[in-house]
Design a protein around this ligand. Structure first.
Ligand SMILES: Cc1cc2nc3c(=O)[nH]c(=O)nc-3n(C[C@H](O)[C@H](O)[C@H](O)COP(=O)(O)OP(=O)(O)OC[C@H]3O[C@@H](n4cnc5c(N)ncnc54)[C@H](O)[C@@H]3O)c2cc1C
Length: 351
């Protein structure tokens, strides 16, 4: 079987950036992507998310990102990625859903269904979208209304006129309240008091947030999202919801879920039609389990993008690089780390 220098899993921003740099370094690789078409997680974002709503999509290496517009993000970004893959001749194979990466006599065997690849290194770029997180609350299984997660948010028109409980203290919850409050009856619950940012988002604030997540990952702790530590902002499109009091009507978490609503900590009940879980995502890394990369603290300890437990494995779009700008930079760093690893072992297929 042909032995690759590297194999990238995932063709989102992180995987494409990595592939660009591996190619530039002359490394023999393929990119395996579970999606049927280009676009990474962006192709699955909800229809009402426009390029004016996103916080900003960073450039890919050698390709400026599409600008702000009222066009749908789930169309604009995938079409940009598709052009990028073909313009740069990136070796993406799809749909291939990798379910296992394991050691095979010093090499790495990557398995997807009945297909296998052998490679010297792996760059994991699988993002988080395929692992939506919903916390467990007593009674969740008896609720008779609708439950949605950010990953399958049906859009505002489906929820118009309903009483919607939005759970979560992140940017997605703020956006959902922004578009739902004018057309639905909303209640917002968060575990912690939301931290609002009223000052400008300076590069220093961004760097400090990334450094904080980087430190967690270096210590092997589960990463927190970069966005979660930069604080929340209200933008022009959320002002109407703010005026309607959507962000003031916030309550601490309920104690349990009832068939027709939730029970608050003080014992009182509130009826709701819908629970919208804007409770985030976890890294999609279960296929790496056979490599035993997790530290005793539950996260994967990284040195830069390299897994400390196995230098053949890089993780990009994970922890501090889980943003479009971070993913981009991590792609370059991972490709260089792969090249250095192969050179140190005298292993490059191409040189
Ligand atoms: C709602 C939302 C809005 C966001 N908005 C912004 C924003 O405005 N600006 C910003 O910078 N960041 C934003 N982010 C974060 C940002 O989207 C990601 O960090 C960034 O796009 C990096 O993507 P990625 O390449 O790591 O992952 P993804 O885009 O998720 O790509 C991962 C790819 O890997 C594939 N994959 C997963 N598992 C497997 C497997 N086992 N085998 C094969 N393939 C697999 C997936 O199918 C997918 O194609 C947002 C995130 C969310 C959830």
């Amino acid at each position: 079987m042909h032995i690759l220098d590297s194999l990238v899993i995932g063709a989102g921003q992180a995987g494409l950036s990595t592939s660009f740099h591996l190619r530039r370094l002359g490394l023999d690789h393929v990119v395996l992507d579970a999606n049927p078409r280009a676009g990474g997680a962006w192709q699955h974002r909800w229809d009402s998310l426009t390029m004016a709503d996103v916080h900003g999509v960073a450039d890919l290496p050698d390709a400026p990102a599409p600008g702000r517009s009222h066009d749908r993000a789930n169309e604009v970004v995938p079409s940009w990625f598709a052009d990028y893959e073909s313009d740069h001749g990136l070796p993406v194979i799809r749909p291939v859903d990798v379910h296992r990466v394991e050691d095979d006599d010093g090499l790495l065997r990557v398995t997807a269904g009945v297909r296998h690849w052998l490679t010297r290194t792996v760059v994991n770029a699988t993002g988080t979208w395929t692992r939506p997180f919903v916390p467990t609350y007593p009674g969740i299984e008896v609720f008779t209304g609708e439950q949605w997660h950010t990953a399958d948010y049906p859009g505002p028109s489906h929820l118009a006129g309903k009483r919607v409980l939005v759970v979560g203290g992140g940017a997605s919850a703020v956006q959902f309240l922004g578009e739902l409050a004018p057309i639905a009856d909303t209640v917002w619950v968060t575990r912690r008091e939301p931290v609002w940012r009223t000052d400008d988002f300076t590069p220093e604030i961004g760097r400090a947030a990334v450094a904080m997540v980087e430190d967690r990952v270096r210590r092997g702790l589960p990463p927190r999202s970069v966005v979660s530590v930069t604080g929340l902002v209200l933008r022009e499109q959320e002002r109407e919801a703010e005026r309607l009091g959507a962000y003031r009507r916030r309550r601490p978490m309920f104690s349990r879920i009832e068939p027709d609503g939730v029970r608050w900590q003080d014992g009182s009940c509130e009826a709701v039609d819908v629970i919208l879980w804007a409770t985030g995502f976890r890294p999609a890394i279960s296929h790496l389990a056979p490599l035993h990369l997790r530290s005793e603290y539950g996260g994967i300890r990284l040195d830069g993008t390299t897994a400390v437990a196995d230098a053949r494995v890089q993780l990009v779009g994970y922890g501090p690089s889980a943003s479009t700008i971070g993913a981009n930079r991590a792609g370059r760093r991972a490709a260089v780390a792969v090249s250095t690893f192969l050179e140190s072992d005298g292993l490059t297929a191409t040189g």
